[in-house]
Design a protein around this ligand. Structure first.
Ligand SMILES: CC(C)(COP(=O)(O)OP(=O)(O)OC[C@H]1O[C@@H](n2cnc3c(N)ncnc32)[C@H](O)[C@@H]1OP(=O)(O)O)[C@@H](O)C(=O)NCCC(=O)NCCS
Length: 346
């Protein structure tokens, strides 16, 4: 394949089959840095990186010099020092509205410490955006990256035109002082198919909030209509395994649903040390009410459910900016700021 970007002294291109080991070395650098910022631990076992190197070489062989395989993009940066950086992209469209932009998630961006601040990171992101534009065939594409709060890369993303649009907090699930899943008049419980209409209506406020924060990865607010409510009811009625996504709602003293969110528990695969992480997101609350106690009540149940499913931590995703009411509700449960999503058009 021809180089996607050829800025002076840096070439960005697909990986070659003999470069697995060099790329695995970059992953090791990334995982060590990630851990230093309080992120999930990466393994120290050299055999895992040896297997990763083999998998990366095999992957490059299958790609045959093309950065795109299905929805996955993989690019490396080469200078006179060899392979000095890499980035992955995951291309998809969230939602069902055809006017919603495609999203290219920026993943595992790393530039070796020996070649930082020489334009390599910028070149990798520019090349990734170019590939994503090609994949979207002219439709709008938004680039989105998650940056942990302690990572100094916030300044880098600001320089290359990305802005924060969504915030995440995190808490441990072993709540020794767990005050239960009710608070004042609010009680959290798992959603049932009967909650479909209420959740569909709350979804409209979620969509409006995301757009108002500048997060354009998701569908615009849509009219609540029977097909959508029916699909949601069917989703809530399905027999869900213990690791499947589940919806939780918070109800008032009259059993009226006033807020909802979704819980997922995911496995962390090597080169992470194997573990489980819970994700509680899609917070939607009745716009007429103070969201703080509603969010806190949802989080307490989410924490309990995540713990029962083997997750040691729970990430509270899709929050509003720090000092926003949802964020404050999340932090009131003992959660700490964890990361933010930054975005720009490709
Ligand atoms: C973030 C990272 C990829 C940046 O790569 P890089 O090659 O050093 O970045 P560039 O040289 O292309 O920088 C582009 C601009 O951002 C600025 N910049 C880069 N890192 C910066 C930092 N830590 N603080 C302030 N500015 C920074 C550069 O000065 C440059 O500004 P300019 O356009 O005015 O010259 C690199 O630091 C890295 O690999 N960090 C560890 C892994 C990581 O954080 N990955 C991202 C996970 S979300």
């Amino acid at each position: 394949m021809a180089a996607v970007t050829n800025a002076p002294s840096v070439i960005v291109r697909a990986a070659n089959a003999d470069e697995g080991r060099a790329i695995a070395g970059l992953w090791r650098e990334l995982w060590d840095a990630h851990e230093a910022w309080g992120g999930y631990a990466g393994t120290r076992d050299p055999r895992v990186y040896e297997q990763l190197a083999q998998r990366l070489s095999e992957d490059a062989r299958v790609r045959g010099g093309q950065p795109v395989l299905g929805r996955h993009i993989h690019l490396v940066a080469q200078t006179d020092l060899g392979i000095v950086g890499q980035v992955e992209g995951w291309f998809e469209r969230h939602g069902i509205d055809e006017t919603t932009p495609f999203t290219c998630e920026v993943r595992s961006l790393i530039v070796s410490t020996r070649t930082r601040s020489r334009g390599v990171g910028r070149a990798l992101l520019e090349a990734l955006a170019q590939v994503a534009r090609h994949m979207s065939r002219g439709a709008p594409v938004v680039m989105a990256a998650e940056v942990l709060e302690p990572n100094p890369a916030h300044a880098f993303y600001a320089k290359v035109g990305y802005s924060p649009v969504s915030w995440t907090a995190r808490l441990a699930t072993d709540g020794a002082d767990d005050p239960g899943t009710s608070s004042g008049p609010w009680v959290a419980r798992l959603a049932t198919p009967d909650d479909a209409l209420a959740i569909a209506m709350l979804d409209t406020s979620l969509a409006a909030r995301r757009r108002s924060q500048g997060d354009i990865r998701f569908d615009r607010p849509r009219a609540v209509e029977a097909t959508f409510v029916g699909a949601l009811a069917a989703h809530l009625a399905r027999p869900a395994g213990s690791l499947d996504q589940c919806e939780v709602v918070v109800v008032d003293e009259h059993q009226v649903v006033r807020g909802s969110s979704s819980l997922t528990v995911m496995s962390l695969d090597p080169p992470f040390v194997p573990a489980r992480r819970g994700l509680l997101g899609r917070f939607a609350v009745d716009p007429a009410l103070d969201p703080r106690p509603l969010v806190a009540t949802l989080v307490r149940l989410g924490r309990r459910l995540a713990s029962m499913r083997g997750a040691a931590t729970l990430e509270l995703t899709d929050l509003d900016p720090p000092s926003g009411p949802l964020n404050e509700g999340a932090l009131s449960t003992g959660a700490r700021p964890w990361s933010r999503i930054v975005e720009r058009y490709a």
